[in-house]
Design a protein around this ligand. Structure first.
Ligand SMILES: [Fe+2]
Ligand SMILES: [Fe+2]
Length: 181
């Protein structure tokens, strides 16, 4: 066994213990390249003025993430009712990641987390996978635009990281649409 260290994810800011950074953040799904050794963490990087444009975009992103969290929660529960262990695991993982994105956005906005409004879903894995794909596609397009519009380097990087993560989710849905595992 190798020696473990503490790392921190620059996207969700959560700590991680391991020999090396993971390939994806277990909390927010960011690529391992966003991890830094915890000793090198500089909290002042997150203290900056947020422009009106970026504030509005962060609020829109928060809405998207909360809505997607509620959708994946519904899909997770539907899979559980159906005794579909794979569907349960997949939608639960997606729900957790989208919830983490909402939390990361709230850290920038410095506001309280709103109640989660329930979102309906299908009872079928295939239909929820299709809707998940549509939702990830919309999120990717929105975040790509927000990244371009952000005058703050940190927010450009943050939205770019979200695009990468939601692209992972899009690809996962695509694979599931072609062939049920
Ligand atoms: Fe993370
Ligand atoms: Fe997300």
């Amino acid at each position: 066994m190798g020696k473990v260290r503490v790392f921190r994810c620059k996207v969700c800011r959560d700590p991680y213990i391991g020999e090396e950074p993971p390939s994806r953040c277990p909390f927010c799904g960011a690529l391992g390249s966003y991890f830094v050794p915890a000793q090198e963490w500089n909290p002042s990087e997150y203290l900056f003025q947020i422009s009106d444009v970026s504030r509005a975009n962060l609020k829109a992103a928060l809405e998207l993430e909360l809505n997607n969290t509620a959708f994946y929660l519904c899909a997770m529960n539907a899979a559980k009712r159906n005794g579909d262990e794979y569907g349960y695991a997949k939608f639960k993982a997606l729900k957790k990641v989208e919830n983490e994105h909402a939390d990361a956005i709230l850290k920038f906005l410095g506001i309280e987390k709103p109640e989660l409004t329930p979102v309906p879903c299908s009872n079928e894995f295939e239909k929820n996978t299709q809707e998940g794909w549509d939702r990830e596609d919309r999120a990717i397009k929105a975040y790509a635009k927000f990244a371009i519009e952000a005058s703050e380097l940190q927010l450009r990087q943050f939205f770019k990281a979200l695009v990468e993560i939601e692209t992972d989710h899009l690809q996962l849905h695509s694979e599931n649409m072609q062939k049920r595992p």
